[in-house]
Design a protein around this ligand. Structure first.
Ligand code: Q46
Ligand code: ZN
Length: 300
């Protein structure tokens, strides 16, 4: 297999692009895709700070690596979920990465903010762990960005993640979720920071290859609670479709973004208030995060 660019020996074939690349040309391709994402959605500029949410996995560390290399002023944010060894090891990877690149890393602990780590929240609420975890992550990312005076948070969601989320929303016709499915979400309230996904054009396999080529030490194990999640079933389904027809995931997601998403945008936006307890944004009076911490406190 030869590199499409230089005709040297290729390390990776990208069937949906009808191309194959050697290591240096693959890195160049990867960075171009990130540049294109940032440009197309005007995600951020070189004049502002960017908070990069890192989990210690390949996607978020690959993202941080590219942004540092591209000269962006980044600060990492690690949310310590308190999920057994998984959290201990993923935190160590983020700290080692930040030290090796000489970039700042902010750590926020769910146990400090909510009153208990994710496994305890799961017991107290008797709901799937990802529900309390996801809620806490969104809240704490926004809060950390505000505390740092940073107006934009970047996450490592890739093409596979985005296509799987879209698939799930479409399966249940969650029309409220569809307009929010975007590589860039603008701030709709002074207390809400922008959220962007610069890796949305790159597949999971490509971020893994990038992390490998760049010798990034990331945590390979997934969160122990990820097993059995519906998003994994959706990913498997999409992978089978991709196998039969390369580019299927890309067409599904990009076709939605270009042709269908505008149709789901609501004209009558939701009214946003400030939580009477913590001051963060909510559609009600007390935000879901404050209700969750109350529940945890009551359970002792
Ligand atoms: S939501 Fe669920 Fe993740 Fe939280 S509990 Fe683990 S799997 S970490 S992306
Ligand atoms: Zn609140």
């Amino acid at each position: 297999m030869k590199c499409t660019k230089c005709k040297g020996s290729a390390i990776l074939e990208l069937r949906r692009h009808n191309a194959a690349f050697c290591a240096p040309d693959f890195v160049a391709f990867f960075k171009n895709q990130v540049r294109e994402a940032i440009r197309k959605y005007r995600m951020f500029s070189h004049d502002e700070r960017v908070l990069v949410a890192v989990s210690g996995g390949k996607d978020s560390l690959a993202l941080w690596d590219v942004l540092i290399d591209e000269g962006y002023d980044t600060t990492g944010l690690y949310l310590d979920l308190g999920i057994f060894d998984y959290s201990v090891e993923s935190k160590a990877r983020c700290e080692a990465f930040a030290t090796s690149r000489g970039v700042p890393l902010v750590i926020s602990r769910v146990a400090d903010e909510v009153g208990a780590p994710v496994p305890v929240i799961k017991q107290v609420t008797r709901r799937p762990p990802c529900s309390g975890c996801g809620l806490s992550k969104r809240y704490l990312m926004n809060k950390a960005a505000q505390d740092q005076g940073i107006a934009v948070v970047a996450t490592g969601h890739n093409l596979d993640d985005e296509a799987a989320t879209l698939f799930g929303s479409v399966m249940h016709w969650q029309t409220d979720a569809l307009p929010r499915q975007s590589p860039a979400l603008a701030s709709t309230h002074p207390k809400l920071v922008r959220r962007v996904k610069p890796l949305y054009r790159l597949s999971e396999r490509e971020t893994a290859a990038y992390a490998f080529v760049r010798k990034i030490d990331y945590i390979v194990d997934e969160c122990p609670f990820a097993k059995g999640a519906t998003s994994i079933t959706h990913k498997e389904t999409l992978n089978r479709m991709e196998e039969a027809s390369p580019g299927a995931k890309h067409n599904f997601l990009f076709g939605f973004l270009e042709k269908a998403r505008p149709a789901f945008e609501r004209i009558d936006g939701v009214t946003l208030n400030e939580c009477t307890r913590c001051g963060q944004v909510t559609s009600g009076t007390v935000c879901a995060f404050c209700k969750l911490s109350d529940q945890v406190k009551r359970a002792g």
